[in-house]
Design a protein around this ligand. Structure first.
Ligand code: CO
Ligand code: CO
Ligand code: CO
Length: 327
């Protein structure tokens, strides 16, 4: 079964309808949101995966930053997290403990606490967390809601799937992708705060479906389309070099095939189009920012070192294809 077969399995479940459930399975949002009463709602999400770097502590940090990101993508603040660890006993306890330490340190940096978890024996290591957060329903950021004229802003460079593939294939060393590892460890907390202050109308984070797939999720409204200027899209160092020697993961090809003619990419290099479909781990936020707030967003995040915001396109009235990639 290919990854495309798994994309919609949750839609096979009967819809859950209750007044308190503000965001459930009906939309491709990053996390579920459940009203607790008054001005407060609970945000819940879960993510876990196999190691993408060799250093266990860094892997723990990345997995936690990735899991926390779905709370930030909803405009929430994380409060508690639970570990999920699958571990082959022959690898010994030491590396497992380093992974958990990396995760716990990152959760603490986010102002939340690890409060429990569950471990199972498995042939392949996997780690991640279930995270709970809080959000005021009025301040919630959702995947839908972009309007024509809004600026599309991305808050981290792309290419972690390609670099992780190159690392597995010994085409690159961890030192050669230090910037990407640093980027994956970076919390989306600051980007989420800036998005709320800038009055962002829609938000999601870039993970397994790649930039193109998560952007298509923002375009569920039939009236809305998006134009991306591919020359403005930032990549981590050495990503296109690794793509050129064949380090594009199968997931990027699967994504590209799945999106089909919802994406027009006339005149855009096919390898670049594939790189824009590269599955990301702990990617940045993708925001629809009202044009009058673009300056503030760039001042807050674009001026950081390394920068944390790139305006890469514009939401428009939908044309022939929902998403148009331009050279
Ligand atoms: Co997400
Ligand atoms: Co997720
Ligand atoms: Co248990």
């Amino acid at each position: 079964m290919g990854p495309e077969d798994l994309r919609h399995i949750l839609q096979e479940l009967p819809p859950e309808r209750r007044e308190e459930l503000l965001v459930g399975l009906e939309t491709p949002d990053d996390a579920a949101v459940y009203r607790l009463g008054g001005d407060l709602a609970l945000v819940q999400t879960l993510d876990f995966f196999t190691p993408i770097v060799d250093d266990p502590y860094a892997f723990g940090q990345i997995a936690a930053a990735n899991a926390l990101s779905d709370i930030y993508a909803m405009g929430g603040r994380p409060i508690t997290a639970m570990n999920i660890l699958c571990w082959p006993c022959e690898l010994g306890n030491e590396a497992a403990v380093r992974i958990l330490q990396g995760g716990a340190d990152k959760v603490r940096e986010a102002g939340a606490a690890v409060v429990g978890g569950h471990t199972v024996e498995d042939r392949e290591p996997k780690y991640g967390l279930a995270v709970a957060g809080l959000v005021e329903p009025d301040g919630m950021l959702t995947v839908g809601g972009a309007r024509p004229g809004d600026i599309l802003v991305l808050t981290k460079p792309l290419g972690t799937g390609i670099l992780a593939t190159a690392l597995k294939g010994d085409f690159i060393e961890a030192e050669g992708m230090a910037e990407a590892i640093g980027g994956m460890c970076l919390l989306n907390a600051g980007a989420s705060r800036a998005a709320r202050e800038a009055g962002a109308r829609a938000c999601t984070d870039v993970t397994g479906f790649g930039l193109v797939g998560h952007l298509l999720n923002m375009l569920a409204d039939r009236e809305i389309g998006c134009v991306v200027e591919t020359g403005k899209v930032p990549f981590y160092p050495r990503v296109m070099e690794m793509a050129e020697v064949g380090m594009v993961p199968a997931g990027a090809y699967n994504n590209r095939a799945f999106y089909g003619d919802r994406v027009s990419a006339e005149g855009v290099d096919e390898l670049l189009t594939l790189a824009l479909c590269d599955p990301q781990t702990s990617g940045g936020l993708l925001l629809a920012v009202p044009p009058e707030a673009e300056g503030m967003m760039m001042k807050r995040l674009g001026a950081m070192n390394p920068p944390g915001a790139w305006p890469i396109g514009r939401f428009v009235r939908r044309g022939a294809a929902p998403l148009e990639l331009r050279p």
